[in-house]
Design a protein around this ligand. Structure first.
Ligand code: NAD
Length: 273
């Protein structure tokens, strides 16, 4: 695998940056992949993190990687369920007393044209990728607005995709869900700007996680599939979860106070072509 020269290892972050000291953060889909890298980046920079995933074991593993002295917690969360989100929001309020940052990262990818995508599969993709961020934002909103009022700022960052900005064959439901999430980012940014709640999203290109490995597993030759995919970005390598975590941390941090309603592309130049 060709790795970017500046690649950081999971959890290392930037040792000099401590932008999240005194901040309480919530990350969905944090049991692996990009969500895990985000949780660890925020923890490394001083945050208390609620590490949430439908896969509780994965969430617990992420929490353990944050170190024994980390003051966050891991919990099971299904972003499709309002009751599940409400239960975790109550647990977070009890543990942290509020929320400064919500990262809506949980997502699923399903391949197919509309002809190949049955209505229940379409609904499932929307339920996780678009309704999930809407529901989580809605349930956590009072906690975020309270912190925004008390401290002068709070932030939501959605994990959308380059596939919400451009498209790709046989990815109809996924692309539509991510385009919707980019649009939702703008609506939310406008609706809550006056209350000091910023809302942004990231649009990653090809990132090496289990989601990508599941795609490779469908190919007859995994090594060849990897080789072809890694040559697609103009930079000549695919991203790692830490590349996306760095961008999410920036958008969540106070230094991005003038940034709201934006979609930050992190794709090694794929979308520029
Ligand atoms: N990997 C990429 O190339 C890529 C590119 C662009 C955008 N993204 C987006 O980044 C986000 C993370 O993707 P990843 O590559 O790390 O994928 P991943 O499959 O490695 O991780 C996704 C995580 O979300 C969790 N999850 C799934 N359904 C859930 C639900 N209903 N409730 C709570 N948690 C749930 C999974 O258990 C898993 O831990 C997704 O929103 C994805 O669409 C990924």
């Amino acid at each position: 695998m060709t790795v970017p020269p500046t690649m950081v290892t999971i959890g290392s972050g930037n040792p000099s940056a401590r932008r999240f000291v005194g901040k309480d953060c919530v990350v969905t889909g944090a049991g692996g992949g990009i969500g895990r890298a985000v949780a660890l980046r925020l923890a490394t920079e001083g945050a208390r993190v609620a590490v949430l995933d439908i896969d509780l074991e994965g969430a617990r593993e992420t929490l353990s990687l944050a170190g024994a002295d980390h003051k966050g917690f891991a919990a099971k969360l299904d972003v499709r369920s309002e009751a599940s989100i409400a239960a975790v929001a109550a647990q977070t309020a009890e543990a942290f007393g509020g929320v400064d940052v919500l990262v809506n990262n949980a997502g699923i990818e399903v391949l197919g044209t509309i002809a190949e995508t049955a209505p229940d599969v379409w609904d499932e993709v929307m339920a996780v990728n678009l309704r999930g961020p809407y529901l989580c934002s809605r349930v956590f909103l009072p906690h975020l607005l309270a912190r925004a009022s008390a401290k002068g700022g709070a932030a939501i960052v959605h994990n959308a995709s380059l596939m919400g900005q451009v498209s790709s064959p046989r990815l109809a439901a996924y692309c539509a869900s991510k385009a919707g999430l980019i649009s939702l980012t703008r609506s939310m940014a406008l609706d809550f700007a006056k209350q000091n709640l910023r809302v942004n999203c990231v649009c990653p290109g090809i990132v090496h996680t289990e989601m990508l490995e599941r795609r490779f597993a469908l190919q007859p030759d995994r090594a060849e599939a990897y080789r072809v995919v890694s040559q697609r970005p103009p930079v000549n390598y695919i991203g790692n979860p830490e590349d996306v975590a760095a961008a999410i941390a920036y958008l969540a941090a106070d230094e991005a106070r003038f940034v709201t309603g934006s979609a930050l592309t992190i794709d090694g130049g794929v979308g520029a072509a």
